[in-house]
Design a protein around this ligand. Structure first.
Ligand SMILES: [Zn+2]
Ligand SMILES: [Zn+2]
Length: 266
């Protein structure tokens, strides 16, 4: 269901000679429209967009969403539940405080959750980028790119290995900052909400993340799925900016702005 106040992430129009004008560009969204071929060399200096198999242009059908649901349900039972049990053992082992008196103040909680996000984001950027290496990608990360136009439930549509590799960042944040059960719950809720949001496929006008400098939005991560590389971080944009892995995204946005200006002129 699409709501009128939600703006689906816009796509650039089909190139004049069809979506496969550039044989190196596998870019076509599952929503039935196509993005323009990116004609700017990628950040590695190569004109080739990607060597990775993005899994084809499968439409975003109910069958695909059902397949995604089944996989994520299986995934939840077989890898996320054991990881949650490990957290429970950790809570018991360190005797994590859960009393009212040792509850952090709200501003302290906000700062500590921000710290968790910084750690998680840093870990995710480098491990995610590593998983895009051609020797690792087919075995560890390709499954997450099965859908080029993500939807929320697809946030956990990943291999078990990827859950462990990228998910480790969550535990680093937990160990560093979650010294109260309330903080741990808050961190779990914040991380799940953030991951669900960036995979929603919606560019929401009232998204509070737009007020946070360097925050990655759904549009930002949507581009990663559409393009197959770049925009490796999904929480903050600073690592991509620092290493120039957001260049293709900037190019894509510039082309969108040019198109809008041309339409306004006509
Ligand atoms: Zn990826
Ligand atoms: Zn993703």
């Amino acid at each position: 269901m699409r709501f009128y106040w939600l703006r689906q992430i816009p796509r650039l129009p089909k190139p004049a000679q069809g979506p496969r004008q550039n044989p190196n560009s596998p870019h076509q969204s599952h929503r039935g429209d196509s993005m323009a071929v990116l004609d700017k060399p990628n950040h590695r200096g190569s004109a080739e967009v990607t060597n990775l198999d993005l899994g084809g242009d499968k439409p975003e059908t109910w069958e695909d969403q059902w397949k995604c649901f089944k996989m994520t349900f299986y995934h939840t039972l077989t890898i996320q539940t054991p990881m949650c049990l490990a957290v429970y053992i950790y809570i018991e082992y360190v005797d994590l405080p859960c009393d009212w008196n040792s509850m952090p103040r709200w501003y302290s909680a906000v700062l500590q959750i921000f710290g968790c996000f910084v750690i998680e984001d840093t870990w995710e950027y480098f491990t995610h980028r590593l998983l895009h290496h051609k020797t690792l990608y087919p075995y560890l990360h390709k499954v997450h790119h099965n859908f080029q136009a993500p939807f929320s439930i697809q946030a956990t549509y990943v291999s078990h290995a990827e859950t462990v590799i990228i998910g480790t960042g969550f535990f680093f944040g937990m160990l560093a900052f979650c010294h109260h059960l309330f903080l741990l719950w808050l961190w779990v809720v914040a991380r799940v909400a953030q991951n669900t949001h960036v995979h929603s496929g919606y560019d929401v006008p009232w998204d509070p993340l737009r007020l946070v400098p360097f925050a990655a939005t759904a549009r930002y991560h949507d581009f990663h799925h559409l393009n197959g590389q770049g925009n490796y971080a999904s929480i903050f944009t600073w690592w991509d900016e620092l290493f120039g892995t957001d260049k293709e995204y900037e190019n894509y946005n510039a082309r969108g702005r040019q198109k809008e200006m041309k339409e306004d002129d006509n």
